[in-house]
Design a protein around this ligand. Structure first.
Ligand code: HEC
Length: 90
């Protein structure tokens, strides 16, 4: 009986870590999906295509301007979008 209880405890423990990791990697890494959803509410997300080979720091500043226009984005999401755009808008 006590072995059983310990077994289900570690199962809960392990699945907690898997869920926490999945949530974290979704928030930090999915720059493409964030860009498509967050950057299309005021204008076409394709506006980004005018900045080719734009450094991450400059994307951070551009997105700061979008924040003052009303964009809701966390720091982690902003970084993920900036890195995605830097790597993918060529
Ligand atoms: C709350 C509305 C809003 C949201 C959301 C928004 N923008 Fe904008 N964006 C604007 C406005 C207003 C302008 C035109 C004024 C300006 O350029 O500051 C603009 C212009 C731009 C431009 C063209 C100007 C330039 O500097 O080249 C780019 C690129 C851009 N946005 C990128 C983004 C990205 C990337 C996102 C998502 C992270 C985003 N925007 C989300 C309001 C928004």
């Amino acid at each position: 009986m006590s072995i059983c209880r310990r077994g289900s405890f570690s199962l809960v423990f392990v699945s907690f870590f898997i869920m926490a990791f999945a949530a974290l990697s979704f928030a930090e890494a999915d720059g493409k999906q964030l860009w498509q959803s967050k950057c299309s509410t005021c204008h076409s997300p394709n506006l980004v295509k005018r900045h080719k080979n734009y450094p991450v720091a400059d994307w951070m500043k551009t997105i700061d301007r979008m924040k003052s226009a009303g964009l809701q984005i966390t720091d982690g999401e902003q970084k993920a979008v900036a890195e995605y755009l830097n790597a993918n808008i060529k």
